[in-house]
Structures are given as C-alpha cells and as structure tokens.
Design a protein around this ligand. Structure first.
Ligand code: NAD
Ligand code: MG
Length: 301
C-alpha cells in the first residue's frame, strides 16, 4: 500500500498503484480471514469515495465479509445503500469489521451468516434481507469456493459437490427467491472469473462453475428484463484476496500471484468495486446480460 492512499479518482500509474510480487509465503484453512493476509488487501476502506449513486437502495451481498464482497459493501454504503451481508459463521471477525464500516457511513447493516450450500437457508436469506431492509433492489452474488487440485483424481466427490453447490446451485436458489421480490429497476450482479474463459489446469471444478455463471447470467438477463430487472456479471482476473492463500492456489503460487498479467501484479478488491457500483446503479440502464473483465490486461473471453 502507498504510504498515503489516494481515492479512486486521483490520477495514478496503475502499474505502481498497488503491491507487486513477490509476496510472503502464507496459508490458511478455507475460507480464511482477510485480517490475517500479508500485505493487507485494499477494500477501499481509505480509498473509496462515494457520491450517492445508490442513494436509498437496498442490497443483499453474499461473501460480504472479505475480499471483493467486502469492497463492494464498503462502496455501496458510501454510495448511500443499506446492506444485508451474508458470510460463513466462521468469518464473523471479518464481517464485524464490515458492519462497522457500513454503520460509519450512517447506513443500515444487517448481518445474516449462514451456509449457501443449503437451499432452505438461501431462500430464508433473501426473505430476511427483504424484510429487514424493507425491500430488495440489488442482489450481488460474490460468495464462491475455489480449491486447487493438480489432478482430477484428487478432486473428491465432496469437493466437486461443494464447489458446484456454492458457486452455481446457490446462485440459482438466491436468484429464484429474489426475482419475485424485486421491483422494476432492480439489478442482479454475479461474479464470474477469467477462469470462465481461460481455465487453469488446477481449477477444473471451479472453472466449470465460472463458465456456468456466464451462461446463467446471460439467460436470466433475457428472462427477467420483462420485469425491468437487469443481470450482469463481473469477471475478475487475479485479485489479492484470502480466497487464494486458503487453498484457492497451490501454496507455491502465492508469492508470484498476479505476476503473469500485463500489469505484473494482482488487482485489489477496491479495483473491482467501482464496476459493481456502476452495474447496480441506474447509470447502466441499457446494460444487461454482459460480462465485464477486471483482469489487469488479460482480455476476455
Ligand atoms: P473471499 O474469500 O474474500 O470471498 C469468498 C467468500 O465466499 C467468503 O468470504 C465466504 O463468505 C463466501 N463463501 C464461501 N463458501 C460459502 C458458503 N458455503 N456459504 C456462504 N458463503 C460462502 O475471496 P474473493 O476473491 O473476494 O472471492 C469473491 C468472488 O470472486 C468469488 O466468487 C470468487 O470466485 C471470485 N473471483 C475471485 C478471484 C480472485 O482472484 N480473488 C478471481 C476471479 C473471481
Ligand atoms: Mg471471507
């Protein structure tokens, strides 16, 4: 991090804006805690400046405790939205920090921990968010599971099932519950990946889900535009989040994480959040069924 972080509007060289590899070797058990990452990711805590672009909106964000979801929650709160956050119960420490940051903006933060692999929990989550926020204008699906394995023989049936349930089934369950509750003008934003298009050998199950999310996004967009609801996806490249050192990458890849991009560094969660804001706001009124990369220069698809 630069000594004095600048906001997202200040002219800066993107090549030197954020830390470069090599990073310290590190590892945690999944899902891991952001609080234990070295160097600390930038989620916009000191850099994101809002302008009321989501004033009065009510948003449910999954995976909002850490990484890209946390950065999105901070940005949405600074743009004037109230937020329901979902995360796993073991991530309570990270989630508490996000709740405090949302409240510091004078916005409502409703914490609803629970496991998205459970279909009943998914529908309860949407109902609770809708009830406690007094409506639901934005659903941001950020939660995801990524567990690297070098060989197809090492992927257990349980891992395959958990990756599919978390990344694809939960997306279906959440959208199915949310759509009937959403007003015209509402938006859904899914989180795909560069892995949707350029899958790594070590991410067979994960890349499969991320390709599915692209098709799901495009098909749902065509369906729900009849209701005035838009659906888009963000497809990040390598982003410096706890997903990676908690089993998302083989441990030996962490020190050089992001080095293979044209920018020769990973992106920060704070560099993804402005795109989620744009896609949530009315500014993107003619955009639906699209997938947008945040990749440091590796083009999609
Ligand atoms: P992260 O670990 O900070 O966020 C992932 C979150 O998923 C966790 O915080 C956790 O709350 C949630 N989660 C996982 N399993 C869950 C379950 N069963 N029930 C409820 N919540 C669960 O990491 P991140 O990188 O910010 O990941 C966010 C999204 O971005 C994921 O969908 C990931 O696939 C995607 N993504 C990340 C990268 C990257 O390089 N970091 C690149 C492309 C896409
Ligand atoms: Mg987390």
């Amino acid at each position: 991090m630069p000594a004095k972080p600048k906001d997202q509007f200040t002219l800066q060289n993107p090549l030197t804006q954020y830390p470069h590899p090599p990073f310290p070797a590190q590892g945690q058990a999944a899902p891991g805690l952001d609080a234990e990452m070295r160097p600390k990711p930038d989620h916009g805590e000191h850099t994101y400046k809002g302008f009321g672009r989501l004033a009065g909106r009510r948003a449910l964000i999954t995976g909002a405790d850490s990484g890209i979801g946390r950065a999105t929650a901070i940005a949405f709160a600074r743009e004037g939205a109230d937020i329901a956050l979902n995360y796993l119960p073991t991530e309570e420490a990270d989630a508490r920090e996000v709740v405090a940051l949302i409240k510091a903006e004078g916005r409502k933060a409703v914490a609803i921990p629970g496991d998205l692999k459970d279909p009943r929990f998914c529908s309860e989550l949407v109902d609770q968010a809708h009830e406690q926020l007094g409506g639901l204008d934005i659903l941001v699906n950020v939660a995801g599971k990524q567990e690297a394995r070098k060989d197809i023989g090492q992927i257990t049936h349980a891992q395959f099932d958990h990756t599919l349930k978390t990344n694809v089934y939960a997306l279906f369950w959440l959208c199915q519950a949310a759509v009937p509750l959403m007003p015209a003008g509402a938006t859904i934003i899914n989180t795909a990946s560069i892995q949707s298009y350029q899958p790594s050998a070590t991410l067979l199950d994960y890349a499969t889900t991320k390709a599915a999310i692209v098709a799901f996004t495009k098909a749902l967009a065509k369906q729900v535009i009849e209701r005035g609801i838009r659906v888009n996806a963000v497809a990040p490249g390598p982003i410096w989040t706890v997903l990676q050192p908690s089993g998302g990458q083989p441990p030996e890849k962490i020190p050089e994480f992001g080095a293979q991009t044209p920018m020769k560094r990973p992106g920060q969660p704070a560099e993804c959040a402005p795109l989620y804001v744009l896609l949530a706001s009315q500014e993107s009124s003619y955009i639906t069924g699209e997938v947008f990369g945040v990749t440091g220069g590796n083009p999609l698809p």
